[in-house]
Design a binder for this molecule. Structure first.
Ligand SMILES: Cc1ncc(COP(=O)(O)O)c(C=O)c1O
Length: 440
């Protein structure tokens, strides 16, 4: 094992040995290399005459560039866009995102969490976290309805076993009984379980209520207290888009991050969906875990950040500097809070409109809507026709594009619909159902 990895492992072991147990084989071996990066950091400070360390190109004291590229970037300097960002992400962005976590999650106050490490979007965050914390055969607990890419990342790539519970109870709320049963069952069989929670949820648009959230925290804490290591992954891709009273308005990360030394909370979030910059590919990984009161958490966080950045260094090296600079500038802009609020209101009104339209009794024989109260999506469960057949029919005959999931479910991204188009969309779906029924 590399001596730097050994050092990081010693730090982790000293501060919280359970975290050491949770790391995958790869996670244990990971470290942030000194090599080129630290030598060029040294050179940046001291090589006043000639600096020939880093693998970029310079000309007349400036970063080499094409004017055609700079014309497209407009007013972001080459040094903030064309050059490499650190594997950890640019410091100012990491800091502003961390500050924003405390603002968006007031109950984080007084709790220490790591400095977010920048990833190439949340997909990459899930993948990096899987490298660091998941070995083949480890179990990941997920609901029956979930973002399909988890399967690719966790099962196909990492060979984790995905163990599912049904998301909704009969009454349409989060199925706490099924969740608890699954978590306990898997905790009996494994020393470590990974639980992936995603609110607002893709594909249903559901966020747990406050009470459900508290129960989830209790269930996971209880399992940790009974001796199982628990890694709670919070995929907060659609964070902040909460439209109803009584539902969680904070990430469960804030409640889970100081519960128990055997419970590691990992927040996966990003500007991609929250700030509507999907293609800029800016995501974050943040860690939170309880440690002994008298110990400073910083060395543990530092070690986890270094392992995470090492993993990024060994995969994509670093996320787009341009993307990070654009997000940073936007977050520093005085209009940022107003812009964020404006878009929130637009999406919230669309969700309200969907609910209003669905009240009509004319749809009741064709489908039921799953509970939704947040995010970009909602989902309907068809009663009489096959989802994929309907999807194709709607596309071919009416030019309407939706996503079919399994035999019965259609996902509707109301985030892409103007409020004024929502009734028409559902009427077309209903007409599509009738067309298929009469053709049978
Ligand atoms: C639940 C969930 N997590 C993560 C992602 C990926 O987000 P990103 O574009 O930041 O990779 C998506 C995107 O569809 C998603 O629905």
């Amino acid at each position: 094992m590399n001596p730097i990895a050994k050092q990081l492992n010693n730090t982790i072991e000293n501060i919280n040995p359970h975290i050491m147990e949770m790391l995958s084989c790869m996670g244990k071996n990971l470290f942030f290399p000194k090599g080129i990066l630290s030598q060029s950091a040294e050179a940046k400070k001291k090589a006043y005459k000639l600096n020939a360390t880093i693998g970029i190109a310079r000309e007349q004291g400036k970063t080499m560039r094409f004017d055609s590229v700079m014309a497209a970037i407009n007013d972001i300097r080459a040094g903030e866009s064309l050059t490499y960002a650190p594997s950890f992400g640019i410091p100012a962005l990491r800091n502003i995102w961390k500050d924003s976590l405390y603002k968006k999650n007031p109950s984080l106050e007084g709790k220490d969490v790591s400095l977010p490490v920048v990833t190439c979007g949340i997909t990459h965050a899930v993948s990096i976290v899987a490298d660091i914390w998941i070995d083949p055969g480890d179990v990941v607990i997920l609901p029956d309805m979930m973002w399909g890419n988890y399967n690719m990342i966790l099962n196909v790539r990492k060979e984790a076993e995905i163990s599912r519970y049904s998301l909704f109870s009969e009454s349409g709320g989060f199925n706490l009984a099924a969740f608890e049963k699954k978590v306990k069952e898997e905790a009996e069989k494994h020393d470590k379980i990974i639980v992936l929670l995603n609110f607002p949820h893709n594909p249903t648009g559901y966020t747990a209520t406050e009470e459900e959230g508290n129960s989830i925290v209790k269930i996971l804490t209880n399992v940790a207290e009974n001796g199982t290591n628990v890694i709670a992954l919070l995929d907060d891709a659609y964070f902040g888009l909460f439209y109803e009273d009584g539902i969680l308005k904070e990430s469960l990360f804030a409640r889970l991050c100081n519960q128990h030394p055997r419970l590691l909370a990992v927040k996966l979030d990003g500007a991609t969906k929250e700030n509507y910059v999907w293609g800029l590919r800016v995501g974050f990984i943040t860690y939170g875990c309880k440690i002994k009161r008298d110990l400073d958490p910083w060395p543990l966080h530092d070690a986890l950040e270094k392992k995470t950045a090492g993993c990024i260094r060994g995969s994509i090296s670093n996320a787009s500097h341009l993307g990070q600079s654009v997000v940073l500038r936007s977050m520093q802009h005085e209009n940022y809070p107003a812009e964020k609020n404006e878009k929130f209101e637009i999406l919230k009104n669309r969700a309200r409109r969907v609910k209003e339209v669905l009240l009509s009794p004319k749809y009741k024989d064709a489908w039921d809507a799953y509970s939704f109260n947040s995010g970009y999506f909602m989902c309907i469960r068809l009663k009489s026709v096959d989802a994929e057949t309907l999807r194709l029919h709607l596309l071919e005959k009416y030019g309407v594009g939706l996503i079919s999931i399994g035999k019965k479910n259609l996902r509707i991204a109301f985030s892409c619909l103007e409020e004024t188009d929502i009734r028409e969309l559902f009427d077309i779906v209903l007409q599509g159902v009738k067309d298929l029924e009469s053709a049978e």
